[in-house]
Design a protein around this ligand. Structure first.
Ligand code: FMN
Length: 177
């Protein structure tokens, strides 16, 4: 099974990329590719720019989505919403292929240094992504990333770890359905 994972952030040290990588690695390490959105550097979307042609980076991003059996996306939250960088990529992707997630299973995640763990942006994506064809098979937000996560030990908080184990069990079942 080919997994494509990314953090919906252009920060080079994105904690959401790390969270998406970790969750994916607990499902399967064999065919995991973690994207860095900096490889999809794009001008701000405008109708006039679209008329001049969709940039090749958009096509590359869509090709990665299409190559996946499972997509694992973790959303960084800026001011209660998507990061501007991700929203721009998403807007470009939607004018290229509106149903960019058609036929794909997705796990949607979020994390943040704060106590809400990016729940607001995660809810927005859970509401919106089915309109782009997404079959969302699991979701989880991880609050207080720096206290609750260790790169080698994984989730440190006992209750959050239980939630995570439930998520893994459910998604593994849904992947095999
Ligand atoms: C402009 C800006 C706005 C932010 N707004 C929020 C917010 O609304 N909620 C939140 O939980 N964290 C917020 N943060 C903190 C981010 O969650 C934090 O920077 C996090 O590391 C972003 O994820 P990333 O490392 O994957 O890019 C904000 C950070 C910035 C720079």
């Amino acid at each position: 099974m080919r997994i494509i994972a990314f953090g919906a952030s252009y920060s080079s040290g994105s904690i959401n990329r790390e969270w998406a990588r970790y969750v994916s690695s607990q499902i399967s390490e064999t065919q995991l590719e973690v994207l860095n959105l900096n490889d999809y550097d794009l001008p701000v979307y405008t109708v006039e720019r679209e008329k001049k042609g969709i940039p090749p980076a958009v096509n590359s991003f869509i090709s990665k989505l299409k190559s996946a059996d499972l997509l694992v996306i973790s959303f960084a939250e800026y001011n209660g919403s998507y990061t501007a960088g991700f929203k721009n990529l998403f807007d470009w992707a939607s004018v290229h292929t509106l149903k960019m997630f058609e036929g794909k299973k997705l796990i949607l995640l979020s994390t943040a240094p704060g106590p809400r763990g990016g729940k607001t942006v995660l809810s927005a994506a859970i509401d919106r992504f089915p309109q782009h064809g997404a079959d969302i098979i699991g979701t989880m937000s991880l609050p207080r990333f720096n206290q609750n996560f260790d790169p080698t030990k994984g989730i440190l908080d006992v209750e959050l770890k239980k939630d995570f184990e439930k998520l893994l069990k459910n998604v593994k079942q849904k992947i095999n359905e």
